[in-house]
Ligand binder design. Structure first.
Ligand SMILES: NC(=O)C1=CN([C@@H]2O[C@H](COP(=O)(O)OP(=O)(O)OC[C@H]3O[C@@H](n4cnc5c(N)ncnc54)[C@H](OP(=O)(O)O)[C@@H]3O)[C@@H](O)[C@H]2O)C=CC1
Ligand SMILES: CC(C)(CO)C(=O)C(=O)O
Length: 301
């Protein structure tokens, strides 16, 4: 077996979560742009707490060995830089696994990376506490697939490994559709809650409810024009179901705005706005939200 099979670049909530589970079954290295303590603690949704030593390095100090899998777990806007920094250290070509929300880095790196590119879409929930711990807030499922439909055995291998490690995962042949569906839900929820500084459930109240409906109408038109399969529930019911299920959440974009961090606005809204432009679809509501969030981000700098 490769002694360096899994390299995870982006040691935040998701990266640490994957590292802490995978390290039970396979050697893992976790790399970031700064040094993290090797001793890390995982708090599970069931309330247990376990600690372990991880191989934690700076990307610039990675040994010149090629892992079998390079997982990128940065935010979407940091992924290009993380990819470039990691690849500059590796002599060969790993299988790339992209964990980002949105649909921006996936087609771009799928085109550029010389080896297999897998995409993961996960409903696991995690957050960090300090530099030494990660809380696995809620169990979900991870779907793994590749946009080009050429790497089904690798997707199955990786999904089986996550299963052994204790994270539910499934290899799928429609990851592109799944990424678009998640993006649609994120586009209907995240920008509005970030703009109005509200929890997801408040979108059900006036004056927000009609705003959500108008965004879903625009998103649905774009998806139809792009040929994205409509979810079984329909776009409106899907979004309202997620809002009900996550009513008490402060969505990731709201948390980013409140902490003065950049948001994943571009990775979520740009694919929609670009597709709308290609198909000549008017998007007054999405465009207004995008402009507002872009201005808001500048005013926070
Ligand atoms: N957290 C979750 O529950 C879920 C997250 N996701 C998606 O997963 C992705 C990651 O999210 P999340 O883990 O929450 O984000 P975090 O902000 O917690 O983690 C991102 C990590 O990437 C690191 N990073 C940034 N730039 C680089 C770089 N150039 N090289 C190496 N590391 C870098 C950051 O380091 P530093 O600390 O130095 O800034 C940070 O540790 C996002 O696309 C998110 O939408 C999807 C589903 C669930
Ligand atoms: C589904 C939703 C909106 C849940 O909060 C999410 O994925 C996020 O916060 O980014």
């Amino acid at each position: 077996m490769n002694d360096f099979p899994h390299l995870i670049v982006g040691p935040g909530a998701l990266g640490r979560l994957l590292a802490m589970y995978l390290a039970d079954v396979v050697p893992v290295t976790l790399a970031g742009r700064r040094t993290l303590p090797a001793g890390q603690t995982l708090t599970t949704p069931e309330g247990t707490c376990r600690s372990r030593q991880l191989a934690a390095l700076e990307v610039d100090r990675l040994p010149p060995e090629t892992p079998a899998f390079l997982h990128l777990t940065t935010k979407a806007y940091a992924t290009e830089a993380a990819y470039a920094a990691a690849m500059a250290r590796l002599p060969g070509t790993p299988t790339l696994v992209l964990w980002q929300n949105g649909y921006q880095v996936q087609p771009e790196l799928d085109r550029r990376h010389p080896g297999p590119v897998l995409c993961a879409s996960t409903t696991e929930g995690a957050w960090v506490h300090g530099d030494e711990g990660v809380t696995h807030a809620g169990r979900g499922i991870t779907y793994i697939g590749d946009l080009a439909h050429r790497h089904a055995p690798l997707c199955r291998e990786l999904a089986a490994l996550f299963g052994q490690a204790g994270l539910a995962a499934k290899a799928v042949d429609d990851i592109g559709t799944r990424l678009w569906h998640k993006l649609a839900v994120n586009a209907a929820i995240n920008p509005l809650v970030a703009r109005f500084r509200i929890r997801n459930g408040q979108l059900r109240d006036r004056p927000f409810r009609p705003m959500v409906e108008r965004i879903i109408d625009e998103v649905a038109k774009i998806m139809t024009a792009e040929g994205v399969v409509t979810p079984a529930l329909g776009w409106h019911a899907l979004v309202w179901q997620v809002i009900a299920a996550t009513a008490n959440n402060r969505a990731s974009m709201l948390q980013d705005v409140m902490a003065g961090r950049p948001t994943e606005r571009e990775a979520i809204l740009q694919p929609l706005l670009s597709a709308a432009l290609r198909h000549g679809i008017a998007t007054p509501n999405l465009s207004e939200l995008d402009d507002f969030l872009a201005r808001d981000a500048h005013s926070q700098r």
